[in-house]
Design a protein around this ligand. Structure first.
Ligand code: ZN
Length: 433
């Protein structure tokens, strides 16, 4: 199966970030990875492969086939979450016999892109099973809601003004009734007693599946391309690389879109803890652990802004980024991206080795631009790092656009990263092959 087809299946099955992580966990199970628990002792052996899930929404996998004491870690990190509307605890509002769902924005979404699209509802529900609070994944499996526009006849300014009040104007409609018991609905769908539904984290997502678009299928349109494209493609590179040199690590964090400051986000200690526990399992000292960190490298993979043909001046004119132009290496003088000359140079050499195309992104000097998890992760782990991503348009729209050739470039680049031997010192990297 082509990488793009696998990616598109993954995008379609990832009804929420919980589903994305669950899918990756089952793929790791199939590959024979051993699932670890954070609340149990880790007895690790070399030549084995492991993973751990945090909060159902972040996942960390590592491959010890190339393990030797004091080698560094080769890490690729991404994020699982995306901007969306999240249902509030007291969800139901009835207006004029219509059931509205009271929700709030999660992350920096583009409001108008959520209008007039059939929406499914998905996430996790906490169920009381004889006194134990258990997590169940939920997805509505159909279009449950929609946020209709107001007709232009009633808002003649709509094409000049695109501001919406999220509290009063962006509530999804989910039915007609004089009253509605939301928990009873969830219970019925999950086939449990209504009284056992204790709480939930549910988000809306466009029902529409991902699709190729344009004359020669040049592009892929989908919800959640940022950042499940980078998360999935780096996952495939991790799973499909021959690991002889060093410890390969895959990390995908939740909550990048809201600043990463959560227990399962890049600002938590989880990735650092995973690395410490690996070295503890092999009886390395604190000093030796720090030595292996100093030989390590982290690639932060999060999607990047391609040049929009209708808005060419939105990007820096000396750093044109094109869909299907390959992996983007992101620079920022203020280190919103972690890339520096040495870490970028490694990407350029790996591009040569692998044949993967790369291109370069820098914000315009008069635009603040975004940031990503790389710089936040660096506050927890002082490891050499680079920020890369796949080029896309319509970032944070409910329907984003990516190039259909770019996933292969990232796959090849990161496969090369996972397969080479990196001999890292303070101001040099030697690449063994
Ligand atoms: Zn992102």
């Amino acid at each position: 199966m082509l990488l793009n087809d696998k990616l598109m299946n993954f995008l379609d099955e990832s009804h929420s970030n919980f589903h994305a992580v669950n899918k990756m966990a089952s793929m790791l199970d199939q590959k024979g990875y051993v699932r670890l628990k954070n609340n149990e002792k880790w007895d690790l052996s070399d030549k084995q492969q492991y993973y751990v899930v945090v909060n159902n929404s972040s996942i960390f996998a590592f491959d010890l086939n190339g393990y030797e004491p004091l080698q560094g870690y080769k890490i690729v990190a991404s994020h699982t979450d995306a901007p969306t509307f999240k249902v509030k605890p007291n969800a139901v509002q009835i207006v004029n016999n219509t059931i509205l769902i009271n929700s709030e924005a999660y992350g920096g979404l583009i409001d108008y892109t959520w209008l007039d699209r059939p929406l499914k509802l998905a996430g996790r529900v906490i169920v009381d099973v004889e006194g134990k609070l258990e997590t169940r994944l939920f997805d509505s499996k159909k279009a449950l809601g929609i946020i209709p526009s107001l007709a232009i006849h009633m808002n003649r300014a709509v094409n000049n003004e695109t501001k919406f009040n999220r509290h009063t104007q962006m509530r999804p409609l989910i039915g007609q009734a004089e009253s509605f018991d939301f928990k009873a609905y969830l219970a019925n769908e999950l086939d449990v007693e209504a009284s056992s539904i204790i709480d939930y984290e549910l988000v809306f997502k466009p029902l529409e599946n991902s699709t190729y678009v344009c004359v020669n299928d040049e592009f892929i349109a989908s919800n959640h391309i940022d950042n499940l494209q980078s998360a999935y493609v780096s996952f495939e590179a991790f799973l499909n690389s021959q690991n002889n040199k060093g410890v390969n690590v895959y990390a995908s964090f939740d909550n990048e879109e809201i600043g990463s400051m959560t227990k399962q986000g890049a600002n938590a200690t989880i990735l650092k803890d995973v690395l410490i526990r690996i070295n503890h399992a092999f009886n390395l000292s604190e000093e030796e652990h720090l030595m292996s960190l100093a030989k390590s490298f982290i690639v932060s993979a999060d999607n990047a802004h391609a040049n929009h043909p209708n808005y060419m001046s939105a990007n820096d004119e000396n750093h044109i980024v094109n869909l299907n132009g390959g992996v983007v290496v992101k620079y920022s003088a203020n280190q919103k991206y972690t890339t520096d000359a040495l870490s970028a140079a490694l990407m350029r050499k790996l591009s040569e080795y692998s044949g993967a195309k790369i291109q370069t992104y820098v914000n315009r000097a008069d635009a603040p631009g975004g940031s990503t998890l790389g710089s936040i992760s660096s506050t927890q782990l002082s490891i050499m790092s680079v920020d890369i991503g796949l080029p896309q348009l319509a970032m944070h729209s409910s329907m984003e656009l990516a190039g259909s050739e770019d996933s292969n470039h990232m796959f090849e680049l990161l496969k090369a990263f996972y397969e080479v031997e990196l001999i890292i010192s303070e101001d040099s990297i030697q690449i063994g092959r």
